[in-house]
Design a protein around this ligand. Structure first.
Ligand code: ZN
Length: 561
């Protein structure tokens, strides 16, 4: 008992003492900001800066004629990794400096910034001549090649491009003799890669490694979505879960980005930076995808609106591609346009901005609305983009504005059908907290329950819930029916057509898409637009009678089309 207790004390004392000595003598960073050229003149002279020098790397004279000289610290003539500084010399002091390399003894009135290390000599007692032999270097290079091949899981053919002897200062500010090994893969055999390793010159311990190729790999991401109303969704492609997320990965930074060929998600709160997360390695519990572990449900009551935006926007595009052989958004050259989504706006709304071709989703107030990035709202908003790029229905005209909304609501139904082969005929049901949904396609006037249909404001009668028949569409300057309520007329016709004998949601949406592409014009009203749908049905060889019947049921007579 006594023996072991005194042993513990002894070890503790030894550890403390050892730690104390190490800290007192190990390499110590010097922040050069605020230093004058005096420190440069003590290089190689003071005990703390023994064998230390600064080597000019390059110089640049700016528009104020200030000369900025970049220098790299060396120790015993070997570069010290991460020890770089800049000397700023005013114009008045440059005349006597001469050409490169800069002579420190002649510098006056300079400013400095950057970082160098003192007391390196305390860590590097062993002579480098024993470690920096040709034989040892070859071993280090082979070790780096083996490590990369093992990590990349294939027989990547690598050649050694460059090896450098350096001083590496680790996290505890301890200096080591090290090798910086740069490899390059031969393109014909594998994906291009430029792995770089910093290895201890004696033990070959890896101090740092990265890939110097700045391309992003398309990889599978995993993560969470959904919200407190619909429940949590898991994106990992495993049984009963949602598919994986298509993300991009920078292997050097070990960072994944919520972007792929078709969609990019940007965070308004973070200066519109592409949403990103640390992704060092794949997660075996999530189908070997790179897991984004974020869960924002405490603040936002939604797990990750960003993941939902990336997933559903990509799927909306896939629906248009699968069904209509076209991307949902195109650029002026008729090529696919990437869907740009901005998330986390501090508002209870979502919109398509036709001036910049971008979509924005608010986070909701979490009292009436959850974050808007959800299945039906995403498909609705992106489809506004589709309409803008085809018929370009005018938002300045009440009926064409209502058609704009109706097409997007129909697209949300089509999208639900595409994903699930089912429809609940609701828009926004995922995000409303006080009501069941925003709009009801099968029975638009459902949102009128418990409300007076109109409120009066300064003699103007303003509709505050949906209509679903032309008899309620009052064209009178004393009445105002906003487009999100008057779109109920076309929405109801779409529901009736989708559920007609021999029709389904895909078939009904197909004729709407064809009408939008080929027949509707910016100022189309309900009657014109219905005629366009009849023509679209004809194009497909579908029953025009069924279409006419659906429109007649909401008071639109197409007999004169
Ligand atoms: Zn809308």
């Amino acid at each position: 008992m006594n023996i072991s207790s005194s042993l513990v004390k002894y070890l503790a004392l030894y550890g403390l003492l050892n730690g104390f000595i190490t800290v007192a003598n190990a390499a110590t960073p010097i922040n050069l900001r605020g230093h004058t050229e005096d420190i440069l003149q003590s290089l190689n002279k003071s005990e703390a800066l023994r064998h230390t020098n600064l080597k000019e790397v390059k110089r640049y004279e700016d528009f104020n004629h200030v000369l900025h000289v970049r220098v790299q610290q060396t120790y015993a003539d070997y570069p010290v990794w991460g020890a770089d500084a800049v000397i700023h010399i005013p114009r008045t002091e440059q005349a006597h400096l001469g050409s490169s390399p800069v002579k420190f003894d002649l510098i006056k009135n300079a400013k400095l910034n950057g970082k160098i290390y003192k007391n390196i000599a305390e860590d590097l007692s062993r002579s480098p001549t024993l470690l920096y032999t040709a034989d040892q270097q070859k071993k280090a290079e082979n070790q780096a090649i083996n490590l990369y091949q093992k990590k990349s899981g294939n027989k990547t053919v690598l050649v050694n491009k460059k090896s450098q002897k350096i001083i590496y200062i680790d996290k505890n500010n301890k200096a080591h003799w090290a090798y910086l090994i740069s490899l390059v893969s031969t393109k014909s055999h594998s994906m291009p890669a430029k792995p770089i390793y910093i290895l201890d010159a004696s033990t070959f311990e890896v101090y740092s490694e990265w890939n110097n190729i700045k391309t992003l790999d398309a990889v599978d991401g995993a993560g969470y979505g959904g919200n407190k109303k619909i429940g949590r969704q898991v994106y990992n492609g495993m049984m009963h879960n949602f598919p994986t997320l298509s993300v991009s990965r920078d292997s050097a930074l070990q960072t994944c980005f919520l972007q792929n060929d078709r969609v990019v998600v940007k965070d308004i709160r973070n200066d519109h930076a592409i949403v990103q997360y640390h992704c060092e390695k794949t997660d075996p519990n999530h189908n070997d995808a790179y897991l984004n572990n974020i869960d924002q449900s405490t603040d936002l009551l939604a797990y990750s609106p960003d993941n939902d935006a990336l997933y559903y926007a990509g799927k909306v595009d896939t629906m248009y591609q699968d069904w209509f052989k076209m991307p949902v958004l195109i650029n002026p050259n008729n090529l696919p346009m990437r869907i740009v989504i901005n998330t986390h706006e501090d508002t209870s709304n979502a919109w398509w901005d036709e001036d910049v071709n971008e979509i924005t989703f608010g986070d909701g107030d979490r009292k009436y609305f959850l974050p808007f990035a959800s299945q039906s709202i995403i498909s609705h908003e992106i489809s506004h983009g589709f309409t803008t790029q085809h018929s370009n229905l005018s938002p300045s005209n009440l009926q064409s504005a209502a058609l704009h909304e109706a097409f997007s609501d129909m697209a949300a139904q089509a999208f639900e059908y595409y994903l699930t082969k089912n429809n609940n005929w609701k828009v926004g049901s995922e995000i409303t907290m006080r009501t069941d949904a925003l709009r009801y396609i099968d029975n638009p006037r459902h949102d009128c329950i418990g409300l007076p249909p109109y409120i009066e404001l300064k003699g103007l009668k303003i509709r505050i819930c949906s209509i679903d028949h032309m008899k309620d569409y009052i064209e009178d300057p004393n009445y105002y029916i906003e487009e999100h309520f008057s779109c109920g007329i076309f929405n109801k016709a779409f529901y009736l057509l989708s559920t007609s004998k021999g029709w389904d949601v895909k078939k009904a949406f197909s004729v709407m898409v064809q009408a939008n592409i080929a027949y509707w014009t910016p100022t189309s009203n309900f009657a014109d637009a219905a005629c366009g749908v009849i023509e679209a049905a004809h194009d497909y060889g579908y029953s025009q009678k069924d279409v006419a019947k659906a429109f007649l049921a909401v008071g639109i007579n197409t007999s004169k089309c």
